[in-house]
Design a protein around this ligand. Structure first.
Ligand code: ASP
Ligand code: MG
Length: 460
């Protein structure tokens, strides 16, 4: 069986839901459908919670009415009159309940984390009803399931942790029998409940996490994450005009790219599935025939280039030198204690016998950091730096690849060079002004040549 998860953009309006129905209909394997709230709805519900807390009773009702209307309008895609009427009745009941909750909260001007979860859960509770009705209308034997009966969590509202054993048990009891009967269960992501039945949510982006947890519990053959882009890209499209889709990524490669801001997928959310060796496929609901990006626990090294390149701009480099570092121990600890005390994360670190260079993104504590480091070392800092990074399992298996990466950058002054312990990336730090040129050269070298295209095809 497979899990098909549709993000907010894939259920955002009537047209999107029709596309969803077509995609689920053409799939032949047994499938569990997981949906996010319609795009923007989780944010809107969080706003509602804020308005209630501020005691804005009028604003709260206005906002909920707007959301009700948006969901109501989507019922139009259901053609069968009776089915449409029952979807409208369910939607009305949901929004009546939401109205009652937020009206009361606006009076007391207090929204506890528990109440906030009760409010935001309506996004997925409503969207999953619409998706289930649309699938039935398309002739599929869809069965809506209440996410609160399936996903069992602890009581940490807003960022609840799943109870894997209890969730697996409810999957066994509620979902497996439906799949065995050839039915198509539909459930909202992101939402769960405690064992005592209190509504909880997993935290932002939590629908991917739900999909991974369900896929893991059901030992799915594959988890599909349907979104509105073709997959993970070889570079950020704001930097490289025509990036390619990366056909395959390992979990580590995907994590590395997510750190650099690849927003398509937060790898930690799919970890429960990846750990079990369940492949996760990122697909575009606007172009369902496109192959997308397949994320697996590991990928074969092979002999192509890096999987993708990434950059992070506007950084500060700090050079810390001490004559005493020669043959001394404890120096690095003292250096990093300073960053820890100022709660400033360090991105790249390089060392020589007598000096350490680091980059930081957050400059707020820079003056304090420099002052404190200066009590035991020579310190210099420079703003306007950038990290450029090539990511790929093949950096580990092909010893020449790092040289080829650096070769492509010939002539650009490099301030730092680092190859991480995993040897799955090679990172350089250079002037921010040189970052676009560095990215373009790397992209041309590894992704825009015929060789690169052939290597990509061979992997796909
Ligand atoms: N609707 C939730 C959010 O916007 C969960 C999700 O879409 O993954 O964060
Ligand atoms: Mg999402």
């Amino acid at each position: 069986m497979i899990v098909m998860k549709f993000g907010g953009t894939s259920v955002k309006d009537a047209e999107a839901v029709s596309r969803l129905a077509r995609i689920v209909a053409r799939e032949r394997r047994p499938r569990l459908v997981v949906v996010s709230a319609l795009s923007g709805v989780t944010d809107a519900l969080l706003d509602v919670a804020r308005l209630a807390e501020a005691g804005d009773g009028v604003g709260v009702l206005q906002a909920v009415r707007g959301l009700h209307r948006r969901h109501e309008e989507m019922a139009a895609i259901v053609r069968a009159t009776e089915r449409r009427a029952s979807l409208l009745a369910v939607t009305d009941a949901l929004f009546d309940e939401l109205t009652a909750i937020v009206r009361a909260l606006a009076v007391v001007e207090e929204v506890s984390p528990r109440a906030r979860d009760a409010i935001v859960a309506f996004g997925e509770l409503a969207s999953s009803r619409i998706a289930a009705a649309a699938l039935e209308d398309a002739g599929l034997p869809a069965r809506w399931l209440d996410a609160r009966a399936v996903l069992v969590t602890d009581a940490q509202h807003g960022a609840a942790a799943p109870d894997r054993a209890a969730t697996d048990e409810s999957l066994r009891a509620l979902v497996r029998p439906l799949l065995a009967e050839g039915l198509v269960p539909v459930v909202g992501g992101f939402v769960g409940a405690t064992a005592a039945g209190l509504t909880t949510t997993l935290g932002r982006g939590g629908s991917d996490y739900s999909a991974a947890l369900f896929g893991a519990g059901l030992a799915a053959d594959e988890i599909q994450i349907w979104t509105d882009v073709d997959g993970m890209l070889t570079a950020d499209p704001r930097v490289i005009a025509e990036p390619r889709v990366v056909p395959r990524l390992s979990f580590d490669e995907a994590s590395e790219l997510a750190y650099f801001g690849a927003k398509v997928l937060h790898p930690s959310t799919i970890l429960p599935a990846v750990q079990l060796g369940i492949p996760v496929r990122i697909l575009n609901s606007h172009r369902p025939e496109a192959p997308g990006t397949l994320v697996t626990r590991s990928v074969d090294g092979g002999d192509g280039g890096p999987a993708a390149i990434a950059c992070k701009r506007g950084l500060t480099r700090i050079d810390i030198a001490s004559s005493r570092m020669l043959m001394a121990y404890g120096f690095l600890r003292r250096v990093f204690e300073v960053f820890e005390r100022f709660r400033t994360p360090v991105d790249v670190v390089t060392t020589s016998e007598v000096s350490v260079s680091v980059t930081i993104d957050d400059r707020r504590a820079l003056d304090g950091i420099v002052a404190e480091l200066s009590t035991f070392a020579e310190v210099a800092s420079e703003d306007g730096m950038a990290i450029v990074c090539a990511v790929g399992e093949r950096l580990r298996t092909d010893a020449r690849l790092a040289t080829r990466v650096l070769g492509a950058l010939e002539g650009l002054p490099l301030a730092m060079v680092s190859q991480g312990g995993s040897r799955k990336n090679i990172t350089v730090v250079l002037r921010d002004a040189d970052a676009p040129a560095a990215m373009e050269r790397l992209h041309r070298r590894f992704f825009e040549t015929e060789d690169a295209a052939r290597a990509a095809l061979a992997i796909a």
